[in-house]
Ligand binder design. Structure first.
Ligand code: BGP
Length: 469
């Protein structure tokens, strides 16, 4: 029992993304997205067309079971639910001018269900699911025209749902673009053939599109709160040497620039220096500069692990499962997928972001991907996931510490509150949920849902507003 207090109205909940749980990849007029040709996540090559081994095509069938799933979230007492709109349900190819009504109607139904249970929606506009046509025809975000397509898409969402949805996120983990260009930016050209010039230009286009979405929201959905979303990765020097501390600074800069632009409305000096040293000249118009001044209302982020940084070339070994670079920290344990577990890192990053940006923060992803075993306890099928409870408990205690430090935190949505398909490896066996879904990596399973032990634990955390931690 801790003495931690969470503020009244703290938004407890869970987070998902359309491509990882909806399935129904070709129903309701939906077009293909990049995910429909990524059967191995970011670790494997894309395919020419959807293949049956791609678990995302069916996902966990949320498209048909959303009412049952939202009722389970309500049973846990969720105050908020984060989900993404699949861009290719609304604009099947991405470059149409008129939206697909059937796609829009689906999210109306999801919002109806959330409203029924008094759950606040938290909507990601673009979560790793760029329409495939935009990837193949325009090479994704390398092309400036994507800004206009995204603008049209965002405007459509704000007009349709603006009165019902308060919290919006423009791009999921916008800082993953340079690391996973196909998944994150719909960039079809293989990563090793892309120039840094192209990648940084794509980054600029996304930043402009994000700011433009904020500008549009101010016009058409004045009650909307717009947030950016970054992948947070606290970094420690591997040794106390100044050279390692400098490595930490540049690693940090490479991630913080996204939040800096979103909160300050312009590129910081250190980033301009990086571009100059790389010989990159970005195409930035006066209109772009003006757009960028539309800063966000809050900053949201995912947090799974921290890394270390070293200047010593002999020690530069990338950790398993880490797409962002950095080296393993010898003081920390890792998950079954090699992600190093560091609850204190969450307190550090909350303080860093708050000190730097002075914007309310929203933790919109955190959790433990683990292999679960379905067992029978007193005749009821469940998972005894004490390891997940321990992980989440330890992290939430650190959120409480950060709140005590004076950091303003709007809420916490645990990643994959119901088991879903992994983004990095496209597996179902990498489970995060409070709810077990009977589906396996080979596609077998009934899709039936079962409450894990963590289900009751999280319900109690929410009921007591964190006092049970
Ligand atoms: C984040 C993504 C999510 C999610 C999560 C867990 O990077 O925003 O989409 O999947 O990571 O990662 P994984 O599914 O690879 O375990």
């Amino acid at each position: 029992m801790s003495t931690i207090t969470f503020p009244d109205g703290f938004l407890w909940g869970g987070a998902t993304a359309a491509n990882q749980l909806e399935g129904a990849y070709d129903e309701g007029g939906k077009g293909l997205s990049v995910q429909d040709v990524m059967p191995r996540g970011i670790v494997g090559a894309r395919t020419d067309a959807p293949t049956p081994d791609n678990l995302k095509l069916v996902g966990i069938d949320f498209y048909h079971r959303y009412a049952e799933d939202i009722a389970l979230f309500a049973k846990m007492g969720f105050k908020t639910f984060r989900f993404s709109v699949a861009w290719s349900r609304i604009f099947p190819k991405g470059d149409e001018t008129e939206p697909n009504e059937e796609g829009l109607a689906f999210y109306d139904r999801v919002l109806d269900e959330l409203e029924k249970h008094g759950i606040e929606p938290l909507v990601t506009i673009s979560h790793y699911e760029t329409p495939l046509h935009l990837a193949e025809t325009y090479d994704g975000w390398t092309d400036r025209r994507l800004i206009g397509f995204y603008e049209n898409y965002a405007r459509t969402l704000f007009e349709r749902y603006g009165a019902r949805v308060k919290y919006w996120l423009t791009f999921n983990e916008i800082n993953s673009l340079l690391h996973a260009p196909f998944m994150s930016g719909g960039i079809n050209t293989p990563k090793d053939e892309l120039t840094e010039q192209q990648l940084y230009q794509a980054m600029h286009h996304e930043l402009v599109a994000s700011a433009r979405a904020t500008r549009i929201a101010r016009e058409v959905a004045p009650n909307a709160q717009i947030g950016c979303m970054v992948l947070s990765m606290p970094v420690y020097p591997l040794s106390p040497s100044p050279a390692d501390a400098l490595e930490v600074m540049s690693f940090d800069h490479s991630n913080l620039v996204y939040g800096d632009v979103h909160t300050r409305g312009a590129y910081p000096g250190y980033f301009l220096r990086t571009l100059a040293e790389k010989g990159i000249e970005l195409d930035i118009t006066d209109e772009d500069r003006d757009d960028l001044t539309n800063t966000v209302d809050f900053v949201s982020f995912s947090y799974y692990m921290s890394v270390a940084a070293t200047a010593d070339p002999a020690k530069k070994v990338t950790g398993e499962g880490n797409i962002m670079g950095g080296v393993p920290n010898p003081t920390l344990e890792a998950s079954e997928w090699g992600w190093q577990i560091d609850p204190v890192g969450l307190r550090l990053v909350l303080n860093q972001f708050w000190d730097r940006w002075q914007k309310p923060l929203f933790i919109v992803e955190n959790g433990l991907g683990a292999k679960d075993q379905l067992v029978e306890v007193d005749g009821v099928k469940t998972v005894v996931d004490d390891y997940r409870i321990a992980y989440l408990n330890d992290h939430l205690v650190q959120v409480g510490e950060a709140i005590a430090d004076g950091v303003e935190v709007l809420g916490y949505t645990s990643w994959g509150c119901i088991d879903l398909v992994s983004a990095s490896t496209a597996q179902l066996s990498k489970r995060y949920g409070f709810i077990y879904v009977d589906r396996n990596d080979d596609g077998s399973g009934t899709l039936e849902r079962f409450e894990k032990k963590s289900f009751g634990w999280y319900a109690e955390v929410i009921r007591t507003n964190g006092a049970s931690l």
